[in-house]
Design a protein around this ligand. Structure first.
Ligand code: ADP
Length: 392
């Protein structure tokens, strides 16, 4: 293979990665996509090629994030030995208020990202560990950081405000919004895929195990449902979404929980898993007779429709709704039910197109056009990496 670029997305127990061939005409070609799951428990490396063909499926001796990068490096060497890594693009969850776009990594940037750890303690340390490990292994290879928060910077001040006293806000307490790399990708393909809405008022519903919505006006984010942390807004796989802060006070004061216990409830035990008591995976809940599974799905739909209403108010009306990510791309039933609950806005779904995954899934007379557009966060990171490093 020719020179290639790497995209890394490091989490607490997994390292996802993509290998892109060096761009020709600024068009990155996906060569391989994989992940090391179960870091710290039973780590396994799985890699698939461009067309989904299996390239690796094996146990790997990995104890932490650094070990995962080392295991990936060993696999890359065994497959692409002789080729050169020309750039590494990282997904970094938090860019704070400062980073309004991707940046080339240097010591100063790294220090600023370390200072943001308190704002994203469950994600940022793992992102930074992968950056450190990649720096050690490839000291001469330039690296680029792409942030989940950047796309939302520049939104109106009221949408960023957390209405607490100024001295608390000064410490960085504001609504940052996340999933920005996904939203940026969708915004980037609208001019080609759906030119009639590219400059309009669009709500993008990123419905995966983490879920949020973004209000897009003329291609820019003007509001979003995730806030200071990735807990707000929609009901998610294991997170509750919007919650009266008084409930959190009750967990501390009434139920005498420790901060760690409250954190576990909010990040790991709420949302679909909390309501259903069955699973955090929408596939496990759909079609189940169990009333708790039904309630979990009903709540998911209820919150999605409610947030569409709220973002419609932020936008002053809505021209289109775009569904994306695991649930948004793959579940015609969830799309149908959310659109049904949004009928009052003038949403009319074409059932056949919905079953066929669109891309357009609304009837010609629908006041709000409805779409399914697969997201591609890795490609967005690869594009930024190529642009910033001049790899054209
Ligand atoms: P993340 O990147 O946040 O981990 P994804 O965008 O990959 O999540 O979405 C994962 C979720 O998508 C799964 O937890 C599952 O609930 C959902 N999902 C995937 N396929 C389907 C499907 N066919 N029907 C319903 N839900 C699905």
């Amino acid at each position: 293979m020719d020179d290639y670029g790497l995209v890394l997305n490091a989490g607490s127990s997994s390292l996802k990665f993509c290998v892109f061939q060096r761009p020709a005409n600024n068009h990155w070609r996906l060569e391989a996509r994989g992940q090391i799951d179960g870091i710290g428990t039973s780590p396994r490396l799985v890699v698939k090629g461009e067309h989904g063909e299996k390239m690796a499926d094996q146990d790997v001796p990995v104890g932490d994030g650094r070990g995962a990068v080392n295991a990936l490096a060993a696999w890359l060497k065994s497959h692409y030995g002789g080729s050169r890594v020309v750039g590494v693009g990282h997904r970094v969850v938090h860019g704070g208020a400062k980073f309004t776009g991707p940046v080339i990594l240097d010591k100063g940037v790294f220090a600023e990202l370390q200072a943001l750890i308190p704002l994203a303690p469950l994600h940022q340390p793992y992102n930074l560990a992968a950056i450190e490990a990649a720096t050690e292994r490839l000291p001469d290879c330039p690296q680029v950081c792409c942030f989940d928060t950047s796309f939302h910077r520049g939104a109106p001040a009221v949408s960023e405000l957390v209405p607490l006293p100024a001295d608390i806000r000064k410490g960085g307490v504001q609504r940052y919004g996340f999933h920005g790399i996904s939203y940026e990708y969708i915004a980037s393909v609208l001019p080609e895929l759906a030119p009639e809405i590219a400059n309009g008022r669009v709500i993008i519903a990123h419905l995966g195990s983490g879920a949020s919505m973004c209000a897009l006006k003329n291609g820019k984010s003007i509001d979003h449902t995730l806030g200071f942390t990735a807990l707000d807004g929609l009901c998610m796989g294991t997170r509750p979404g919007s919650l009266d802060p008084g409930v959190v006070l009750h967990l501390f004061q009434g139920l005498k929980m420790t901060p760690k216990e409250v954190e576990t409830i909010l990040y790991k035990k709420s949302g679909l898993i909390g309501i259903s008591g069955i699973s955090n995976d929408m596939r496990d809940l759909l079609g189940k007779e169990d009333p708790n599974a039904t309630l979990a799905i009903d709540y998911f739909i209820y919150q999605a429709a409610k947030q569409i209403g709220a973002l419609t108010a932020s936008l002053g009306g809505v021209d289109a709704i775009v569904f994306t990510a695991g649930i948004g791309e793959n579940s015609p039933e969830i799309r149908r039910r959310i659109c049904e609950a949004s009928k009052w806005l003038g949403c009319s779904m074409d059932e056949k197109a919905n079953a066929a995954k669109g891309p357009r899934i609304s009837t010609p007379d629908s006041k709000v056009s409805l779409w399914v557009i697969p997201t591609n966060e890795e490609l967005m990171i690869a594009r930024h990496t190529a642009n910033l490093l001049g790899l054209k």
